[in-house]
Write a protein that binds this ligand. Sequence first.
Ligand SMILES: [Zn+2]
Length: 81
Amino acid sequence: MTSILNCKEVLANLSCYMDGDGAPGVRKSIEMHVVRCRKCRVIADTTRQTLELVRNADPFQVPLSVSARLYERIEAVLSGR
Ligand SMILES: [Zn+2]
């Protein structure tokens, strides 16, 4: 059983999704949303790329500044800027 998530719900669950966590139903809902929503697809791609860069750069450092900038970007996209 899957339900349609809105953009905020998708973004709220995105980090779990990227980590491979989250209930299968939620993961499926995120995938379904991202296929249809260009905005969230861009954010999901950006997040994935950022995580890959960070993992390759230094797996032991928690990228607080990176995630802060990422969330700023997400906020900007959500508010239509
Ligand atoms: Zn969306």
